[in-house]
Ligand binder design. Structure first.
Ligand SMILES: NCc1[nH]cc(CCC(=O)O)c1CC(=O)O
Length: 309
């Protein structure tokens, strides 16, 4: 809790997008509690994922790469809360930490980004596309086996520069990240989830705290968006059962219609040669069970070893 003597310390990665998310969190807390800006201090923390830029994430060790150092700072008390892209979060938090605050979700869709080409369909035969996301690579390879995929790491600016340099003719980014950076214009199109199912929790910001910190629990409860929380709970239950990591292409998306939820999920072979997809409909309050159940259906239909390939 912020006190007159000490501001509330908000831990975040240092990327432009991460800082925008930390600022959004601070602004919501200021508005909800009538607090001044200097009641908060934003503390950027460098993570392994930020440090190692020359290898695909899947080779360095998957999820957790962008969060470990931040969670350590939280556990040690060097920060009070941590702001995360939920898409990058492991499905289980370390002992003593919880995420029970989700901000209203942004656009969940992937963006098709290219200087000249309008859409996936419009890509010329054999075109070079840059992406380091195993999910997007597998989904694209499934749909367009003719395309050539190259690794594409780095922040939004770096990736746009690579496109300008002709390293690839197109790439994908999350619409949510582009929106938060006021850069939606760089997207040629937003890809419908029926065409490319997004990553679990794409577009959602979660705020982590120490489980025993009742002050922060109260502070954060006022900015939690319960509908986003329901969707993320279902999607992450699905991912948890699949033991999702960056090494297993998985996509999942929950949508709400009143008190009903539809949960779609898919798992892919990394080379895109096979996709196993399924859907569940049910009560929004049963999201976690639907997620586990859908994951089990996909696992049994895929058969042993599917995710290892
Ligand atoms: N893996 C990196 C990452 N984590 C969250 C976002 C975008 C914002 C979001 O989905 O909330 C991105 C970049 C991207 O996929 O373009």
């Amino acid at each position: 809790m912020p006190t007159p003597t000490r501001p509330l310390r908000i831990g975040t990665r240092g990327s432009v997008l991460a800082l925008a998310q930390a600022h959004e969190t601070r602004d919501r807390l200021m508005a909800a509690h009538g607090l001044p800006q200097d009641a908060f201090q934003i503390i950027p923390i460098k993570t392994t994922g930020d440090r190692v830029l020359d290898r695909p994430l899947s080779q360095i060790g998957g999820k957790g790469l962008f969060t470990r150092e931040i969670e350590e700072a939280l556990t040690e008390g060097a920060i009070d809360i941590a702001v995360h892209s939920m898409k990058d979060m492991p499905t289980l938090q370390p002992d003593g930490l919880v995420i029970d605050c989700l901000l209203p979700r942004e656009d969940v869709r992937d963006a098709f980004v290219s200087p000249h080409v309008a859409s996936i369909t419009a890509l010329p035969q054999g075109a070079v596309v840059g992406s380091s996301s195993l999910r997007r690579r597998a989904q694209l390879a499934h749909r367009r086996p003719d395309l050539q995929l190259v690794e594409f790491r780095g922040n939004v600016q770096t990736r746009l520069q690579k496109l300008a340099d002709g390293v690839a003719v197109a790439t994908f980014l999350a619409m949510a990240g582009l929106s938060r950076l006021d850069m939606r214009h760089v997207a040629q199109s937003a890809i419908d989830p029926d065409e490319m199912l997004p990553a679990v929790a794409q577009g959602a910001i979660g705020i982590e705290r120490r489980a025993d910190d009742q002050g922060c629990a109260m502070l954060l409860s006022s900015i939690n968006d319960p509908l986003t929380a329901l969707r993320i709970e279902a999607e992450r239950a699905f991912l948890r059962r699949l033991d999702g990591s960056c090494q297993t292409p998985i996509a999942g998306l929950a949508t709400l219609d009143g008190d009903r939820m539809t949960l779609r999920g898919e798992i892919l072979r990394p080379d895109g040669s096979e996709v196993v997809a399924g859907v569940r409909d049910g009560l929004a309050s049963d999201g976690a069970a639907m997620g586990t159940d859908l994951a089990e259906e996909l696992l049994s239909r895929a058969g042993p070893g599917f995710l290892m390939a």
